[in-house]
Design a protein around this ligand. Structure first.
Ligand code: R5P
Length: 326
């Protein structure tokens, strides 16, 4: 007598919302599971209908959605998918949100504001999610918003592996676009052989969204190839201003590396005209052809997501994917 009854193999399923099926397909290919066929459509009044075409009873379900425009619709669709999985007796449900929705609203800057990042976690939980997986949360502390295990992945290994091939490592400086991201830049510096660090002293008007003013460089970038690192590029204001300040301060050139290419207007214009040598992002979000430009490089996040999903399914170690330090 072992006290254990073995009734069969665990079953992993990957289901996807409609926001970015290409990313889900790439993850499914890496996992060799594919994506579970699902019926989803909008009713005339905008309400969403979802039904999985096969049984999900007892399975370990991963629900992937990319929170791109229209972001509120895709949040709602993912919530509905979680609800459908729960009611169909999935054993465990993991939200896979490569770009965490409302991640920047993680604290109150002014009185009477919401903490929308927390609300998102509460909604996922209320819908029936057991776990959450995301890439480069805007603030790591937001892991604590979700009442359950959170797998916080870093895109850094993906970005670093590429950037390392694009710069002269003996003459590189890592630059944070604001003081708040200096710790991430420090990690980049370690990965790039101890490159010197700099940051942009940036001021932002909290009463005017999407407006930032880059002031000056703190640190020596004279003659250096600068790697400017950020978690996301939205309208491109932060990065474009930082690139200009770096070049005006004597940087030899600037390569930008960011995890999430939100690229809201006018990011494409700003980034293509700011003087950056190259802008590197991952595909946590879809980037439509109209938003692409010559100097933009898009790296696939699918292999990292697939490896993390596999580790979770196998009760392995997600931390092991990041040299054991994530
Ligand atoms: C700021 O804290 C973030 O890390 C990004 O730098 C910022 O949200 C990017 O926004 P935008 O591209 O609109 O300047």
């Amino acid at each position: 007598m072992t006290g254990i009854i073995t009734t069969g193999e665990k079953r992993l399923i990957l289901v996807s919302g409609r926001a970015y099926p290409e990313l889900a397909a790439a993850v499914g290919e890496e996992l060799t599971t594919g994506v579970l066929p699902t019926t989803a459509y909008d009713f005339a009044n905008g309400e969403i209908y979802v039904r999985f075409n096969e049984s999900v009873r007892g399975c370990d379900a991963f629900v992937i959605q990319s929170h791109t425009e229209p972001i509120n619709k895709w949040v709602m669709e993912q919530l509905i998918m979680i609800d459908a999985l729960k009611r169909a007796s999935a054993k465990r449900i993991t939200v896979v949100a490569p770009f965490y929705p409302y991640g920047r609203q993680d604290k109150k800057h002014l009185g009477r504001e919401p903490i929308s990042a927390r609300l998102m976690s509460d909604l996922f939980k209320a819908a029936g999610a057991d776990r959450l997986m995301s890439v480069d949360l805007h603030a790591s502390q937001a892991q604590g918003f979700f009442d359950g295990p959170v797998d916080h992945l870093w895109a850094m290994p993906v970005l670093v592996d590429y950037v390392r091939t694009r710069v002269d490592l003996s003459n590189v400086a890592v630059v944070s676009p604001d003081a708040g991201r200096i710790r991430v830049a420090e990690k980049w510096s370690q990965k790039l052989g101890g490159a010197p660090l700099a940051f942009i002293h940036k001021t932002r008007d909290t009463t005017r969204p999407n407006v930032s003013v880059a002031n000056r460089v703190v640190g020596d970038v004279e003659g250096r190839e600068c790697v400017l690192v950020d978690d996301l590029i939205d309208t491109g204001g932060t990065i474009a201003e930082a690139v200009k300040v770096l070049l005006a301060s004597g940087a030899k050139n600037v390569i930008v590396a960011a995890t999430h290419g939100v690229l809201s207007d006018p990011a494409t214009q700003r980034l293509s005209e700011c003087g950056a040598r190259e802008v590197v992002v991952t595909n946590t979000l879809p980037i439509v052809p109209a938003k692409r430009f010559d100097k933009l490089t898009i790296l696939s996040i699918a292999p990292l997501l697939a490896r993390a999903i596999r580790e979770v399914f196998d009760d392995g170690s997600v931390t092991s994917l990041f040299d054991g330090v994530a």
